[in-house]
Design a protein around this ligand. Structure first.
Ligand SMILES: O=C(O)[C@H](O)[C@@H](O)[C@H](O)[C@H](O)COP(=O)(O)O
Length: 236
């Protein structure tokens, strides 16, 4: 298990570096296993990466997509990570829709029932023994996915996915993969830009308790890669 730091000048640099590497990682996974399993996230860097991949030379038809977290709002709400990912990338490339696994929205069969929606997604990801890469952004206090410091989600050891209520970052109701599920990824990539995140990035890499800085618990089974811009790297 190794940790690598990729340092770039700014968020655009991070996004470009991550897009190049992801293109190579997907090709390698498809060559070795016939399919690449990628977990997407929300946030500026995560969605920016998807937009940057639009013109990449990738065999998208053999990529399976999961989400690390999602806002439990109506499917057509602009807050949906799924909607943003579709607009940034999935609507523009030749994906196999049967391999695209968004988290449920707060309409249709799961309307009003985030617990059932999260249980359904937990059942969907449970059989996946290894994602090839789990992409993550990080908040200034160290949250990843919708796993916030000192929350029920950060303490969860059994479930693969769970509901989140009263999330400090709006919208308040969400679904998230848990840290044990994040750690099932061969590689975990954290895309982090900006000085407001420097302290949490340094604390996470120094091995702070994940209860206080959830990103500390986000490690890949083979490799963890931190993509940091200069401002986010000042406290290392
Ligand atoms: O749904 C979300 O909001 C997220 O998945 C969240 O974990 C995000 O990745 C971080 O808050 C970083 O977001 P930024 O890259 O925009 O700072």
């Amino acid at each position: 298990m190794t940790t690598e730091i990729v340092r770039e000048a700014d968020q655009d640099g991070i996004v470009t570096a991550a897009a190049d590497r992801l293109t190579a990682l997907i090709a390698e996974a498809i060559a070795q296993r016939g399919r690449a399993r990628v977990v997407l996230t929300g946030g500026g860097a995560g969605i920016g990466l998807l937009a940057a991949l639009r013109t990449a030379d990738v065999d998208w038809h053999n990529v399976e997509f999961f989400w690390g977290d999602e806002r439990f709002v109506a499917a057509d709400d602009r807050d949906r990570n799924e909607l943003q990912a579709r607009e940034a990338l999935l609507d523009h490339v030749h994906v196999d829709q049967a391999l695209v696994h968004p988290m449920p929205a707060d309409d249709g069969v799961f309307a009003g029932d985030v617990d059932r929606a999260a249980r359904w997604y937990a059942g969907l990801v449970e059989p996946v023994d290894a994602f090839d890469v789990h992409l993550l952004g990080m908040g200034g206090e160290g949250h990843i996915n919708s796993i916030f410091p000192r929350s029920p989600a950060v303490a969860e050891q059994a479930a693969t996915a769970m509901p989140v209520r009263d999330c400090p970052k709006p919208p308040p109701t969400r679904i998230t993969l848990t840290l044990p599920m994040v750690r099932r990824a061969r590689q975990v990539w954290l895309l982090v830009a900006g000085g407001t995140k420097a302290e949490a990035a340094a604390a996470a890499m120094a091995g702070t308790d994940a209860v206080d800085v959830p990103a500390a618990g986000a490690v890949g089974s083979e490799k963890t890669v931190w993509f940091l811009d200069d401002a986010a790297a000042v406290a290392l």
